[in-house]
Design a protein around this ligand. Sequence first.
Ligand code: UD1
Ligand code: MG
Length: 457
Amino acid sequence: MPMTTTDIRCADATLAVVLAAGEGTRMKSSLPKVMHPVAGRPMVGHVLDAVAGAGIGRVAVVIGPGMERLARWVAPHPTAVQSERRGTAHAVLAARAEIAAGADDLLVVFGDTPLVSPGTIAGLLAERRRGAAVAVLGFRPADPSPYGRFVLDAAGGLERIVEARDATEAERRIGLCNAGLMAIDGARALDLLDRVGCDNAKGEYYLTDLVAVARGLGLPCRFAEAPEAELMGVNTRLDLARAEAAMQERLRRRAMAEGATLIAPETVFLAADTRLGRDVTVHPHVVFGPGVTVADGAEIRSFSHLEQATVGAGALVGPFARLRPGAELGEGAHVGNFVEIKAATLGAGAKANHLAYIGDASVGAGANIGAGTITCNYDGFAKYRTDIGAGAFIGSNTALVAPVTVGAGAIVGAGSVVTEPVPDDAIAIARARQTTRTGQAPAYRALRRARREGGKA
Ligand code: UD1
Ligand code: MG
């Protein structure tokens, strides 16, 4: 559902509370559930993106005790600690101070629903403003078993929500389920939340009970519906894999819509922030970690792995290339098979076509790095830089012992171990001299044969 300017203006008066205090027991993990990544970004990050995309600027995140990493991750959004996990309504009340500060709408979102879109959030807020005290987002999942069910009244209005474990057999047959997102009239939110009890199978304060509480006070409740692809909750590792698959599908479609060719999209893995330009071609089996930008017309060949890297227009990467954080390839640069680049820039048209490690380095435009070249950037204690000038030629199997510089237009002979600076336009050869003994091979073979036979006798 596209957002209108009115939605955005109203959303300014909305406070979003993101629930993220759950330990995620079913994940069997030492990491808080919402920190588990989907497309290289913690789930809670996707939720915060959707909230921001709906134009909501006021956000509070409810976290559990000991979740300092999560608090740092969501900063500058404020966090409230729910010291005991006593249910979703109890969790919302951990942000009591924020709620008491006032808002037209209180939007509750779960940190474990990473696929929700800004349009769906805006639609839910619009539904609430059609005169309801509470509006809840519903969906019809293929497998409703773990979800709360919407019980409707005779007029089709939302009467109450029953949690799966508290539901009767008949209620369990209801297909319309609670996605977890809820918009509450800001003026009534605290009063309604304070009325929720904990008389249920888990002995918890369920946010879902807010509907029955509001209806009990004669206040109308409404619901909106959205597709399952957006609303699946992640509670287990299997759910996480399913969310990943759904997110990948979405990201691949977006990349193609923006003008990239993915030859076999189902084999390409993207991060939430991967940016592919127009006429980029991605061959089968490529993995993009977070922070990758590929400019127009570049080609990424099979079995390459890229993270926190920039690829210039028309550049060629792979097959079997690895771009690590800080790799920056200029326009038309080539990085071929079994080449690893880390914290290094390759100028326009520079080439490292085979079997090389370029780390903590700058390579000037048009330079050519021969097969087997290694920047020896680490001496076991610290890292050092290698600077290679424009148009330089580094012969095969060269070890550049950093810190070291090779000037523009210089040539380094194959097999060199370069430890001294090479000036511009110089030729450096740093290897043992070859000795050649003309005509001596037959005599040498005869000697070896005689030794072997002597040994047998
Ligand atoms: C919840 C809903 C269920 C809905 C489903 C949708 C309730 C009672 N149930 O169930 O109706 O179908 O989500 O995915 O609301 N959390 C806290 N503190 C707590 C408990 C939970 O912060 O004390 C947070 C969790 O971190 C999570 C979210 O609230 O992000 C939902 O909790 P979870 O335990 O996953 O609820 P579900 O059983 O999935
Ligand atoms: Mg859940």
